[in-house]
Design a protein around this ligand. Structure first.
Ligand SMILES: *Cc1c(COP(=O)(O)O)cnc(C)c1O
Length: 434
């Protein structure tokens, strides 16, 4: 607590001012706290927007680092030296071949499959959470993860010299486990699903005094996702898109892209405009999509059963806020099957050269479904958010993507194989292989 006060008095530029309950509006000091004592609602960071308007211009942002920290004034940290490992400012790619395949004229891909350091959007939220963890005096950081968060927390903690203990469901993909262990944190592989991991972590947070990035530091952590909104607005030439499509696990990312756009409007960096928000879930874990379809403002928790493990949260914390955003922006929340997710991964790879993980396959498959249902206008400037890298979920597509042609190191062996590959068209190949 004393550290918060100290860092704030030494920093005249800090624009974040309180933690505020999203339900009842009660305000709290900027501590490691995530639940309202009055009504148990979630806490969110609030800012002094007048100060932001005075401090920030397009030019001051462009003069900042080529990372997410160019938007530091909009993030809940006081220091001028945040943990910056080059996270953010990932490519916004104008889609040609995927757009044509889907019949869209203005499709863009925000490619966080190449985010640094661990190839998913989680590096954004963790960069903020660990910077804030240091400011609040934590020496050990932790998380309850569906995979990517463990990778990010372990990597960035290693860089920052923080002790790290992460919790994951024991049945995660090999790439996500290996991609955590290499940074040498303590890894607790819990025999249970994510929701059980999360419940355990809530208890540990109370007993160990650690900084859990997505529990007691959640208000700070989640703000990092706003940078996915800021970057898209800046990369579109300081304009908002017409429509965005993003994946939903807890629903946090989705709501924070919305908050990011709103903030840029509020401080006069972009013109106001209605942006439609559409969300993507895997059918095997689609509590938010189901509630949206049935017009409910509450979710019924589910037991996840899908290859999209990074999205497999059966009792999502920000579901009601995500549904609210989709409803008030005239968007949609859809779900797709595991088979469609694999097709989505292949489609993005074959048309754009981007290898995404199952979460990205989910998002592309939902994009396709929405276009086919007439729920995305071909002329709309649409941004699809690709949040993770396919190298981490290789088992999902094993057996669905063909095989190399094995040949002798001889010209005639090559020529015979080439001949054979020409006579078999793609479809036949797939039938042979499936
Ligand atoms: C965690 C994650 C998400 C969703 O995050 P929420 O903010 O919990 O909705 C999306 N994509 C990938 C790859 C993730 O790891």
């Amino acid at each position: 607590m004393s550290q918060v006060t100290q860092s704030q008095t030494t920093q005249t530029t800090a624009t974040f001012r309180a933690l505020k309950c999203k339900e009842c509006g009660e305000e709290y000091k900027l501590e490691a706290k995530h639940v309202c004592e009055q009504c148990f609602g979630p806490l969110e960071v609030s800012y002094d927007y007048d100060a932001l308007r005075r401090q920030v211009t397009r030019e001051t942002i462009q003069a900042g680092p080529n990372s997410m920290w160019r938007y530091r004034a909009f993030l809940p940290v006081a220091t001028d030296n945040p943990i910056d490992v080059g996270t953010g400012m990932t490519p916004l790619v104008k889609s040609n071949r995927l757009a044509r395949r889907l019949g869209l004229k203005n499709l863009y891909i925000k490619n966080d499959a190449v985010n640094m350091p661990t190839l998913s959007f989680k590096d954004r939220v963790v960069s903020v959470a660990l910077t804030r963890a240091q400011e609040l005096g934590f020496s050990t950081v932790s998380c309850a993860s569906t995979g990517n968060l463990a990778n990010s927390t372990a990597a960035i903690a290693a860089y920052a010299g923080l002790d790290c203990c992460v919790f994951i469901p024991a049945d995660l993909e090999a790439g996500k486990i290996l991609g955590t262990l290499v940074y040498n944190p303590t890894v607790m592989a819990v025999k249970g699903n994510y929701d059980q991991v999360n419940r355990l972590c809530c208890e540990v947070a109370n007993t160990q005094g650690w900084g859990f990035v997505n529990i007691n530091l959640r208000p700070y952590y989640s703000e990092g996702s706003k940078t996915l909104g800021f970057e898209v607005a800046e990369q579109l030439g300081w304009k908002l898109p017409d429509h965005i499509v993003a994946p939903l696990a807890s629903g946090s990312l989705f709501t924070k892209i919305y908050k990011g756009f709103q903030e840029f409007v509020k401080v006069g960096l972009v013109e106001d405009k209605s942006v439609r928000f559409s969300g993507a879930q895997a059918e095997g874990c689609s509590p938010i999509a189901q509630a949206f379809k049935e017009n409910r403002d509450f979710v019924t928790p589910v037991k996840p059963n899908t290859i999209a493990k990074s999205l497999a949260i059966g009792n999502p914390a920000d579901a009601v806020y995500a549904i609210d955003v989709a409803q008030k922006t005239n968007g949609n929340i859809e779900s797709v099957t595991d088979a469609e997710i694999i097709e989505g991964m292949k489609l993005l790879a074959e048309t754009e050269g981007i290898f995404t993980e199952t979460a990205g396959g989910t998002t592309i498959a939902v994009l396709k479904k929405l276009v086919e249902a007439g729920k995305i206008d071909p002329d709309e400037t649409t941004v699809v958010y690709i949040t993770g890298n396919g190298l981490k979920t290789q088992e999902a597509i094993q057996g669905y993507i063909g095989e190399p042609l094995t040949i002798e190191p001889k010209l005639d062996s090559f020529e015979r194989a080439l001949e054979r590959s020409h006579t078999l068209d793609r479809l036949e190949w797939q039938q042979v292989l499936i």
